[in-house]
Design a protein around this ligand. Structure first.
Ligand SMILES: NC(=O)c1ccc[n+]([C@@H]2O[C@H](COP(=O)([O-])OP(=O)(O)OC[C@H]3O[C@@H](n4cnc5c(N)ncnc54)[C@H](O)[C@@H]3O)[C@@H](O)[C@H]2O)c1
Length: 263
């Protein structure tokens, strides 16, 4: 991979959490090819430094469970590159168990902290910076497990559904300010996250996504201009926003008056 120097006046600036590995690393590379200056934010210092060096970017050691760490990463983007245009809130872990009744509570807190708090704290840190830029893009990595139940990890299913709901609600709020908010929902992708299962997928001849295919979808979503979308990414298909069915409202179709929430 050839590093893209970037640095020209007016370069767009992106921040990628979980950018040291897998999908995040593939997105870091793609963004650099597109001319973005990139800040890599990750818990893994060695791999994170290497990813940033590869694209002539910057690394910030970040535990996305910590709101201050997200603020520090956004601050680095603004100090180093003059602003922030796109944040990809992608750091994630699996829970490692299907069994809620015996689940280790610390593992539960980690899974919720990384997959849900990390997205919310990242958005919280990025919104003022995107406003200062006059608009921008928030993209989060949910999962197919954010749209459909995955019984082998109910807690992962819960926090990924929460990411879908969070991004859809935030999108409506921020649309007037030119800030788009969407998420991507990949099926199984060959990354270290599912390392132990890859051989079993192969034996079953079940197709896996590559991290690069997911990164392509992330770039499509980022540049689509759409907001409040949950992009389904599956092997052999074009990425596409999921079409949610409408939820039945009150009989007669009346919507709750806005002043209930703002008064
Ligand atoms: N691989 C899949 O099959 C798949 C499918 C759907 C969604 N996803 C989601 O994609 C995202 C990326 O996962 P991946 O498959 O590339 O996995 P990965 O393990 O290759 O990468 C995850 C990255 O997140 C970082 N990270 C973990 N905890 C962190 C923390 N507390 N703070 C900061 N960084 C932290 C890791 O160091 C790593 O660099 C995750 O949100 C995951 O849930 C993955």
């Amino acid at each position: 991979m050839t590093a893209v120097a970037g640095g020209a006046a007016g370069s767009r600036v992106a921040l990628v959490t979980g950018g040291a590995s897998g999908i995040g690393l593939a997105v870091v590379r793609r963004l650099a090819v597109e001319g973005y200056r990139v800040v890599v934010a990750d818990l893994d210092e060695t791999a994170g430094e290497a990813a940033a060096a590869e694209v002539d970017g910057r690394f910030q050691r970040t535990d996305v469970r910590d709101p201050e760490a997200s603020l520090a990463a956004v601050s680095l983007a603004e100090k180093a590159y003059g602003g922030l245009d796109l944040i990809f809130l992608n750091a994630g872990v699996t829970t490692g168990t299907a069994h809620v009744e015996t689940m280790d509570i610390a593992a539960y807190r980690t899974a919720m902290g990384v997959n849900l708090d990390g997205v919310i704290f990242g958005a919280r840190a990025a919104i003022p910076a995107l406003r200062r830029r006059g608009g921008g893009t928030i993209l989060a990595t949910a999962s197919l497990a954010g749209l459909t139940p995955m019984p082998h990890d109910p807690v992962y299913t819960a926090n990924k559904h929460a990411v879908v709901g969070f991004t859809r609600a935030l999108a409506q709020q921020l649309e007037p300010e030119g800030i788009t908010v969407s998420c991507i929902c990949p099926g199984f992708a060959e990354t270290p996250l599912i390392g132990a299962e890859v051989a079993r997928f192969r034996t079953a001849e079940f197709p896996l996504l590559t991290a690069n295919e997911v990164a392509d979808a992330v770039l499509v979503a980022a540049h689509s201009g759409g907001t409040g979308e949950a992009w389904v990414v599956q092997p052999g298909r074009q990425p596409q926003p999921y079409r949610f069915r409408g939820v039945p409202g009150v009989a007669g179709g009346q919507a709750p008056p806005e002043e209930i929430f703002t008064g």
